[in-house]
Design a protein around this ligand. Structure first.
Ligand code: TYC
Length: 99
């Protein structure tokens, strides 16, 4: 490194991988299956087949992963799902947790 007053340049070797978050759907007894499939297609870009598979997994197991994203994208998806559900009066819950 120069000590003559030149700009000093240091190569950063280590990079930090951003923490990823799982976006999860929770089961309930009231939200229509069709609505959940629609949410998965609209906000998580799933095919109808994949959306149906995820919805049924949540229905049977209580919880399921919709996708894994950086914090702000996960947060946006949770908000979009919660807003859409509230608009239709469904109790559907969507949460995020660190992967
Ligand atoms: N259990 C709901 C029903 O029988 C369907 C459902 C699936 C609800 C997934 C929420 O995240 C959910 N209508």
């Amino acid at each position: 490194m120069s000590t003559t007053g030149d700009t000093k340049t240091k190569t950063q070797i280590r990079t930090r991988t951003p923490q990823l978050y799982k976006v999860l759907l929770l089961n309930d007894d009231y939200t229509p299956m069709d609505f959940v499939v629609d949410v998965l297609m609209r906000f998580f870009r799933k095919s109808e087949l994949e959306a149906t598979r995820i919805m049924l997994a949540v229905h049977h197991q209580g919880v399921g992963v919709c996708g894994v994203y950086p914090f702000e994208i996960a947060e946006t998806k949770v908000n979009q799902v919660m807003e859409a559900a509230a608009e239709e009066g469904h109790p559907l819950q969507c949460i995020m947790e660190p992967e």
